[in-house]
Ligand binder design. Sequence first.
Ligand SMILES: Cc1cc2nc3c(=O)[nH]c(=O)nc-3n(C[C@H](O)[C@H](O)[C@H](O)COP(=O)(O)O)c2cc1C
Ligand code: SF4
Length: 598
Amino acid sequence: MSPAIRTASSEQLSAFIANTCSKSSHLLHVLHELQHRFLHISPEAVIEVASFLDLPPSQVESAVEFYSFFSTVPHGRFDILLSNCTSCGYTANGQDLLQLLCDRLHVLTGKTRDDGLVSVDETSCIGMCDHGASLLVNGRPVTGLDAVKIMRIAELIETGTPFENWPAEWFDISDSIRKIGLLLSEDITAGNGLRESLMRGIDGTLEEITQSGLRGRGGAGFSTGMKWKFCAEAEGSAHYVICNADEGEPGTFKDRILLQSHADAIFEGMTTCAYAIGAELGFLYLRGEYRYLSPHLEAVLARRRVQGLLGSSILGRSGFNFDIEIVVGAGAYICGEESALIESLEGKRGVPRNRPPFPVTHGYLGQPTVLNNVETFVAAAHIAQNGSAWFRTTGTMKSPGSKLLSVSGDCAYPGIYEYPFGVSIKQVLDDCGAEDVQAVQIGGPAGTLIGRSGYKRIIGFEDLSTGGSFMVFGRKRDLLDIIVNFSRFFAHESCGFCTPCRVGTTLLKNAMNKIAKGQGTQYDLDEMERIGTLIKRRSHCGLGQTAANPILNGLQRFPQIFRQRLARGDFEPSFDLDAALEEARQITHRDDAAAHLE
Ligand SMILES: Cc1cc2nc3c(=O)[nH]c(=O)nc-3n(C[C@H](O)[C@H](O)[C@H](O)COP(=O)(O)O)c2cc1C
Ligand code: SF4
């Protein structure tokens, strides 16, 4: 790494910020630019950003500390993050790709090499599970990793080869849509849904969305029509629309595909919502891992402005003014939680707010805000264009419409499958070519692990509600390893705000590691149950409230996978107590038998 980069002066920093950003730039945008150019964000950079954006330095500093894509110590010129998702994983044919990469590049995980050329670390699922093991290099995804590709990547890095000379196909992320249904079978015609909505009027539009029975596709399943109505009725100096494209649930990638190939429908849904609630500004909060999609999304927004579908007097309707900004997140799963996302949009740490009040009355900048998932807005655009009766032709009474599933793991055809709600797990497994299945995880790590006896269960709010993750685990998988992976995920992603979650997720992770090492006892299982129940009851937000699910669920449905790894004794400490006393023995100059534990 050039010393000039490490020691950029205040003048250099300030000139760089002024050249690449504007006074209205979002804090995260400025920090992304700095991280990219200077490979870290120095204390001097914090001061310059604060002065440029007119923010308190403490706010900038705490944002830098919070988001995992920013760093106060320099990263390598090639900055690699390998996904440790349990579904696509960083192993290929049993080989640990992370270790292989670190060995080839002579770098330790989580460190930057002394010459500043490269840094390597692991990260949570990057939303590429349909393409196998994946990594981000300087924020750009490279998928389909195997040992050969990893060795080639190491060579290209070692020779300092610029990305233009890397194989272009490595950066091509295809759609992998395997089954189309109500939403994917035909795209909307840009503007058609909006024209229909203008004809229905505001009340008519709200009624149409409510009548469709559309429920949020982000997981919780709240009625979209009700949400829009509550927001429309709420008093405020301004109303806002936010699209949650933070898609961080491991094993989920359906929003990525909608963003890539159905952006018009997303923006049409957001604009329909803006019309219904009286908003003039909207945001699409894009997860940092999907930053590579930003130019494409900006291009679609630019085209829609030219088409008169965004901006002032949309479709010639005086007073109907609305535009959309894209804000790119920075590697914090918790920012998918709606109130944390709003905090992040406001340029703060993504710490969930107390609820109530809910965003519909007190959202962005304390004003009434509708926040919906990407798929929800796509469905709303289709409903605006085709009507609620059309939407209700598929699905079940309690779950009208269709659901996009992100299918990954041990199956022949991973990818996106759109089904009418009510489809059975068995049907999905048959379609994706899954054989010899041991279990299926529905709804990501916080969801449900289901064995053979549950394959008749259906996807729908009346049974298994899901944000869309459908992970298949074959017989060769060790289910305990999967639960260990999930417990690490939650400990890593806990935002640290409240004690039950911050401490509890780490205790659960440690206990799971102990059991995986064969050192656990019945005492540890009882403790995990006790701590898990406590985290569930006492945590501040949905992350903590569901973080113990994989363990509690596993203990209940698959007790044998824990029991068969238990050590014999009733209690086994998770560390070597005698070794821990070594320092005390040295200080007291004792090494006799009485100074050792038996
Ligand atoms: C820890 C956590 C992460 C979440 N991540 C997402 C996400 O990535 N995308 C999403 O749409 N909703 C996510 N949600 C749910 C949102 O809080 C919110 O309910 C949803 O975006 C509302 O949109 P909908 O009504 O269209 O589903 C998350 C919730 C929690 C607790
Ligand atoms: S439950 Fe966890 S993620 Fe949620 S606020 Fe508390 S510490 Fe943060």
